[in-house]
Design a protein around this ligand. Sequence first.
Ligand code: M6R
Length: 616
Amino acid sequence: MCGIIGRVGTDEAIDSLLTGLENLEYRGYDSAGVAIQNGAGIKVQKRSGKVDELKSALEDTTTLEGEVGIGHTRWSTHGPPTDENAHPHTDSTRDVAVVHNGIIENYGDLKGQLEAAGHEFTSDTDTEVIPHLMQRYLDAGFDSERAFRAAIDQLEGSYAVAAMVAGEHVLYAARQGSPLVVGLDDDGFFLASDVPAFLEYTDDVVYLEDGDVVVVEPDRITFTDATGDRIDRTPETVEWDPEQAGKGAYDHYMHKEIHEQPTALTQALEGRVNSERGEISLESVPAAAFEGVDRVQFIACGTSYHASLYGSIAMNRVGIPTSAHLANEYGTSAPPADDRTLVIAVTQSGETADTLSAMRHAREQGARLLTVTNVVGSTATRRADDVLLIRAGPEIGVAATKTFSSQAAMLVLLARRLASDFEGASSMSTTRETGGGREDLETLIDDLQGLPRAMQSILESDAAERLAEQYLDARSYFFIGRGLGYPVALEGALKFKEITYEHAEGFAAGELKHGPLALVTSETPVVAVFTGDADGKVCNNAEEAQTRGAPLIAVCPANHRATEIADAHLEIPAIHPALAGLLANVQLQLLSYQAAAKLGRPIDKPRNLAKSVTVE
Ligand code: M6R
């Protein structure tokens, strides 16, 4: 939700700012802008639309010479995506320029006070109060750092903010509730919402904490807390490389990331499953780590919620009482939690405001907190007691793909790992269907190791592309499944509508007949996901739709009985039932991607969306 970038160094800032904005565009693409500081004051260029439009406006970047600058790519919250509402925002005298990610909840009051004192505003944004507040304090004789601190002291809400004052080789930045990371290279420093912004330049980073304020000069950076006391922040080296964060030979990040799944899973599983010993070990969840806990609650949003539903079914199947909750509903309708509850926050970015807020709620109830995330150093990792990294590598496409697979696979592992901490859990059924017992664990471990190869075989098939073409004119698409097939159906529908802009819905297969069947016609293909959970009943439900004219697409192994009735087939290799949904999901990802590509949609940047949703 909005990307910010800042540069202070001994080299020209504009190129690295524009690169940073392009790399951050997944966080929002309603408008983009930069402000550069040199001897002649602060120069600002900003445009509604994507970073490319800003670049076209900057025909000659030499007009923006200077070694200190800030940039912003916006996902609108307050005010439409116009040139005026684009960041950076300045005060009336253009002595102060500011970029901001987050929401200033008391901006209405602040704006009223400033207007009453004669300040004139030029945008509808909440952000514009910040440069005006700084101007007020500068006019009162404060030095720039004090003016910055005094301004942010007035703010309620969430922010990552970077500011500069004309005539200074300095950036001021602060973080409260929205992510901000510092990059250190030989020529200076970067500030950014996320590491990929500057990964081409450096992989040495410092993640800021809430309350941190930094003063950045070309040769030094000072970290302080909100009261101005110095604090230590130790740089760490991130393991992502710029090539991983780029598009490579693919037309879209989404396509690249779908194809990266075998590698992402191999990384996720490395050192965590041992087929010789038949063991699962998770470095951050040692044996007995959660002894005493008697139930699990998942909290997450969107795709991560679907992975959580998958995980909750896997947990219940090994005897761990588990429920999955939309994080944005958790504060109002959560079941009771206490110190015997393990709350697992599943979040790719680790920055989703709804999920962070639900974590806070869980903490207030006294629950233990574990986060399953992709981003080292993210806010969720700092709020949780324990962290399980999915190690999927950077995911840039707004549509989550490889991270769903890695999350769901990790949750299947976690279920098996936690079972031994839960009294009575591991002694549950040993049948293949219910997913417990020693023999079944060995099969699961073997199949986990074969999972990347099985996925690769799907990626090499063009069946999804052909089907996407065949059903491109459909009016609506329904996805159905039971058991572990249900979250996969939900995820399939989310992905389809998100990037094709066509209507798609996911249902528990048994629910079709309780209402949605009324919508089924020959123009509504039904995609049925078969994972080995009550497949016979899924067949019945699929046939009920087919009888009413719906074309039936079965996602299942070859020779499955569903292939005898289906109009079309997306094949998945036979595998342990706990993993079949992950393979089916890859076919659904490809179906969505191919349909969106044929419809000419902006696949990596679907309208109105952003990768990281840092507002509630
Ligand atoms: O970063 P998170 O996993 O917390 O994000 C949650 C959702 O916003 C996210 O999964 C979203 O639904 C997907 N990008 C959709 O493809």
